[in-house]
Design a protein around this ligand. Structure first.
Ligand code: GLU
Length: 467
């Protein structure tokens, strides 16, 4: 290998969203580059002009940005380098590693028909491969690579090991169409070479392409990158991930309440492992990620695991990141983001509490006590807890709180002593108190809430439900 800096890339075709498989591929490339002082480049494979829209490209950039994966330099458009791709085909023509093929579609079809009838391989063998330029007609042509006809092609894959194809199983693929446009396979190789890509980490649905692509590298005398073809992601049922499984786009996961850190952690573990480590920071993942840790078997989506990791990551989050995640969650579910005052209230409260939840939505529900405006509307469960008897008890508790010192210890002591005096279990008191302070049956601890909202607001809320 050369001493060139490590360069990885993510090369999505703009399909209208960043799907979860693509997100994982991007993450692996990003972790690998970032963990080794390399570069992570982004190339949009937008050569299919019939399907191309700027919105589809934007959706991919948005998905990557949400996931927290930054790329070096600007995203590169593959289509914009079409002239360069064509020039490489011409270079190959000039060096004799490619040739002009004048066979028409009808002739190719006839070749295949005959081959089928005779039980031979239907791989097209062009009669033009060795025809001298002087004998060429003045007619439309494609440029084909001169693929080796004997021996084998072996790709040394960092995940799959050595994978070998018999040369006679590969045809002289077209590099340049008769309209002068380059084919995708050529574009990928030229771009990867020109971008200085040293490691190609991508789905194993591209493994067979690597064999064809290697022929172009060899023909041009270019160094091959390290290939690492990662097994695809399967659904929870073990079948190849498809629309049937739902939730294919990363932004759908955002709307389900997964955080970018949760997703990064989960996706990193999806097909890669570092011992038994399940929950880790992105910095740790960067330090640990290596191609040797990628498994050969397809990874299965496991929503329980994903929730569990998300819960841990929410628990590990700092308030600033959590606030940003809350805002992007709200945007993903088409709800208004938090205005400044509420954003600040959330930030302060999150910083003071030790809470975790499996989704941002569930977490937000816990912060209703600082986000909702009293008077609260109570759901059935909350209303039940706040029956007239409980309201009466809380009314008696209020004067005790009025005089208590406002710290956790003092508040706990006051409430406990009150419960004892009333011959009440603490739980009997905590439920109604929780509803009075938060409007909900589920919330952080009542003492945490009292400290965060403060004495005046606590008393105001208790007065509002007084019997
Ligand atoms: N554009 C291809 C895809 O989206 C990836 C090609 C590559 O990584 O070489 O599947």
């Amino acid at each position: 290998m050369t001493d060139a800096p490590l360069v990885t890339r993510f090369a999505p075709s703009p399909t209208g969203y960043l799907h979860i498989g693509g997100a994982r591929t991007a993450l692996f490339n990003w972790l690998y580059a970032r963990g080794r002082g390399g570069k992570f480049l982004l190339r949009i494979e937008d050569t299919d002009r019939a399907r191309y829209t700027p919105e589809a490209t934007q959706a991919i950039l948005d998905g990557l940005t949400w996931l927290g994966l930054d790329w070096d330099g600007d995203a590169v458009s593959q289509f914009e380098s079409a002239d360069r791709h064509a020039a490489v085909a011409q270079e190959m023509l000039a060096s004799g590693t490619a040739y002009k093929c004048f066979s028409t579609q009808d002739e190719i079809e006839a070749f295949r028909e005959a081959a089928r009838a005779e039980g031979r391989s239907t791989l097209f063998r062009s009669p033009w491969r060795d025809v001298a330029a002087g004998d060429h007609p003045d007619a439309p042509f494609v440029i084909r690579i001169k693929a080796p006809q004997e021996g084998e092609i072996t790709i040394q894959d960092a995940v799959q090991g050595d994978v070998t194809w018999k040369a006679d199983a590969l045809d002289d693929m077209v590099l340049l169409r008769s309209d002068g446009s380059p084919v995708y396979m050529l574009a990928v190789v030229v771009d990867d070479h020109d971008m200085g890509v040293t490691h190609v980490i991508r789905g194993d649905d591209h493994l067979a392409n690597a064999a064809r692509q290697s022929m172009i590298y060899t023909a041009m005398g270019w160094d091959l990158p390290v290939f690492a073809h990662i097994p695809l992601i399967h659904g929870p049922d073990g079948k190849k991930l498809s629309k049937r499984h739902g939730a294919l786009g990363v932004m759908e996961y955002a709307a389900m309440g997964y955080t970018p850190a949760g997703m990064r952690n989960y996706l990193a573990r999806l097909g890669w492992s570092h011992g038994d480590d399940e929950v880790f920071t992105t910095e740790q993942a960067m330090g640990w990620f290596d191609l040797g840790g990628i498994g050969k078997a397809p990874a299965r989506l496991d929503f329980k695991k994903m929730e569990n990791i998300n819960r841990h990551q929410i628990g590990m989050s700092d308030p600033e990141t959590m606030l940003r995640d809350v805002q992007s969650y709200l945007a993903a579910v088409d709800e208004p983001t938090l205005p400044n005052d509420k954003a600040k209230a959330f930030f302060d409260a999150f910083g003071q509490l030790d809470v975790a939840d499996k989704s941002v939505g569930d977490l937000l529900a816990k912060f209703a006590f600082v986000l909702d405006e009293p008077p609260f509307t109570h759901d059935e469960k909350a209303a039940k807890l706040l029956d007239p008897v409980s309201r009466g008890i809380l009314t008696q508790l209020t004067p005790q709180l009025q005089t208590a010192s406002w710290n956790r210890e003092a508040l706990e002591q006051t409430v406990m002593e009150f419960a004892e005096a009333q011959d009440l279990k603490f739980g009997k008191l905590a439920g109604p108190l929780r509803v009075a302070l938060s409007g909900r049956a589920v919330s952080p601890s009542v003492f945490d809430m009292m400290i965060i909202i403060g004495r005046d607001e606590t008393l105001r809320r208790l007065a509002a439900i007084a019997a």
